[in-house]
Design a binder for this molecule. Structure first.
Ligand code: MRU
Length: 345
């Protein structure tokens, strides 16, 4: 399943409507794309990388220009707005920067438009390839009969086509291993219950939905063999992923369950530490209403104070290994990660 692609405009699955409705959105301006990113119509770090790349292509085409310098100034400003649509996943900015660089290397508006689209397509294609590679490396860590707990959605919908943590699970299944997945619902926006269960059922993978607060009991009852999650940003001392990931990591350590993080090398931001990263805080409405868009089905007093961070940091001491498209990295990460990052283009 292809989540995002280019066909004279950006076409993407509207993830806010799933699992009820499967609809392809057509995005024709940077403003529309920023709005789609903010309301999570497109989400997941690698999918955002592709969206960032295609978004710069839109920026090169949404207005007429005679002067090349004015054109470049405009594209740069739009790219900057796009890169800041969400702060935590490093990949959005990576995709934007890659295509913007091609615009600045060009010597005419026409060439810039052409080069931008070529680079954005390359980002999308590379994502598909590296996810499959990651899946192959990760699948070796999975044994036949394993029960795997995961959070959020890290499958096709979070990437261009295959997936990171769910990609590993799908690859293991392709290798003929029987796997069962516990999918945390992932409050408040339910990427786990709405998207992950939908994807796994389509792929014929055994999935059991639990609330985030049930993770403890399934580990205590020895129903989980491994935890595999994705990442939005991996820094020198830990990684960021969907809120609730840290809780799972601490629980896994307490219960002696291996805890793996699957992410491409573009998710590594090795110059930074956990304290440097901005954690996105989202609207209080996400906790107060079942239907955020229409503010209906109230589930909390309307005047209650709310704290709603979308991601949490997990220190490396909880991580058994990092699964990447260049191989599996085991601790000490301080020594081993730079060796793998050298292989990054
Ligand atoms: O807020 P979201 O839905 O964009 O959060 C996504 C996640 O946290 C994923 O786990 C992460 O991007 C890794 S996905 C391949």
């Amino acid at each position: 399943m292809r989540t995002i692609f280019w066909e004279d405009c950006i076409k993407m699955i509207d993830q806010t409507l799933l699992p009820e409705t499967f609809k392809i959105l057509e995005i024709r301006s940077v403003d529309e794309l920023i709005e789609a990113i903010k309301r999570l119509a497109i989400r997941g770090a690698p999918a955002l990388e592709a969206a960032g790349g295609y978004g710069v292509v839109l920026a090169t085409r949404e207005k007429k220009f005679e002067d090349f310098e004015e054109f470049k100034d405009y594209v740069k400003e739009r790219a900057n707005q796009l890169a800041n649509a969400r702060p935590t996943a490093v990949n959005l900015g990576v995709g934007v920067e890659r295509v913007l660089k091609k615009v600045f290397e060009a010597s005419s508006i026409e060439e810039a438009r052409k080069k931008a689209l070529e680079e954005a397509e390359k980002i999308a294609e590379e994502d598909i390839i590296r996810n499959k590679l990651m899946g192959g490396f990760g699948a070796k860590l999975i044994e036949d009969g394993d029960s795997i707990l995961t959070i959020c959605n890290t499958g096709s919908l979070a990437t261009v086509e295959w997936g990171t943590a769910l990609g590993v699970i799908k690859s293991a299944k392709l290798e003929g291993k029987n796997v069962r997945v516990f999918a945390c619902e992932t409050r408040p926006l339910n990427q786990g219950s709405r998207l992950t269960t939908w994807e796994l059922l389509r792929d014929g993978i055994d999935v059991i939905l639990i609330t985030d607060s049930m993770a403890g009991i399934v580990m205590q009852k020895e129903m989980v063999d491994k935890v595999i999650v994705g990442a939005d940003r991996i820094v020198r001392d830990g990684f960021f992923n969907k809120i609730g990931t840290y809780t799972l990591a601490v629980l896994a350590k307490e219960h002696g369950i291996p805890f793996f993080v699957a992410a491409p090398l573009t998710t590594f931001d090795w110059e930074k530490k956990m304290e440097d990263v901005v954690i996105e805080e989202r609207s209080a409405d996400e906790l107060k209403y079942c239907h955020v868009k229409c503010r209906s089905c109230i589930i909390a007093p309307e005047n209650v104070k709310v704290y709603n961070p979308a991601f949490d940091p997990t220190p490396f001491k909880y991580v058994t290994a990092l699964i990447t498209e260049k191989g599996v990295i085991f601790p000490p990460y301080e020594r081993e990660v730079p060796k793998i990052l050298k292989l990054r283009k």
